[in-house]
Ligand binder design. Structure first.
Ligand SMILES: N[C@@H](CCC(=O)N[C@@H](CS)C(=O)NCC(=O)O)C(=O)O
Length: 209
């Protein structure tokens, strides 16, 4: 398998999940320019990471699909719910869908404000609106994580890898992660995880706290 990522991007979740699974894989860290170029778009026309290429050449895109795939291919590591636990599988997808759509997408105007406004002069406003929306999202996640070790089910899942990445971005906004105590505690616990550490090191990231 080959996983394409950008440093510290949402693809870090798939990277962590593959390390948790002790999967054998090749990691390709791309620059933002490389993700958008023609060569990479031939692999993933959306020009986005994560992109996972299986040994037979099959290309899987979308974090939700890749994370579920990893959980299913390595059932012994229990990164998802058991095949016959239909409610658990629905709950995991519920948590993942919320993270990849509501939470991740709320970052759009922060990372690429030009995509959300007609006039450059409006970019700062778009960012401010996104910060407000993000604070609502993170306050909700913080309440969900109160008194809990894991985002969903009663054990570590691929959703925790994704939640970790969302936590790792929050200090880029005026309201830092420290304002969300349950999320800050979750993130600190994850920072002590050897696989998380290895992924962060392989992507050459600085981790706060
Ligand atoms: N829906 C996709 C979104 C992937 C996505 O937006 N990835 C970002 C990094 S976090 C990316 O590749 N951005 C490249 C760009 O926007 O140019 C998923 O959940 O995997």
């Amino acid at each position: 398998m080959k996983l394409y990522v950008m440093r510290g991007a949402c693809s870090l979740a798939s990277h962590i999940a593959l390390l948790w699974a002790k999967a054998s894989f090749e990691l390709q860290v791309l620059s933002h320019d490389a993700v958008g170029d023609d060569a990479f778009r031939r692999l993933n026309p959306k020009g986005a990471v994560p992109t996972l290429v299986l040994d037979d050449g099959t290309v899987i895109t979308e974090s939700l699909a890749i994370l579920n795939y990893i959980a299913d291919v390595f059932p012994d590591v229990q990164l998802g719910a058991a095949t016959d636990d239909l409610v658990g599988r629905a709950q995991l997808n519920e948590a993942l869908a919320e993270l990849v759509s509501d939470v991740h997408k709320a970052w759009g105007p922060v990372f690429a404000p030009s995509r959300f406004v007609i006039q450059t002069a409006d970019e700062a406003n778009a960012k401010q609106a996104a910060f407000r929306q993000l604070d609502l999202q993170y306050a909700r996640l913080d309440r969900l994580m109160e008194g809990k070790d894991w985002r969903v089910l009663d054990h570590r899942t691929v959703a925790d890898a994704y939640l970790y990445v969302m936590c790792s971005w929050k200090d880029m906004t005026p309201t830092s992660l420290a304002n969300f105590p349950a999320l800050a505690a979750f993130s600190a616990r994850m920072n002590a995880d050897p696989a998380v550490n290895a992924a962060v090191e392989q992507e050459n990231l600085d981790v706060a706290g």
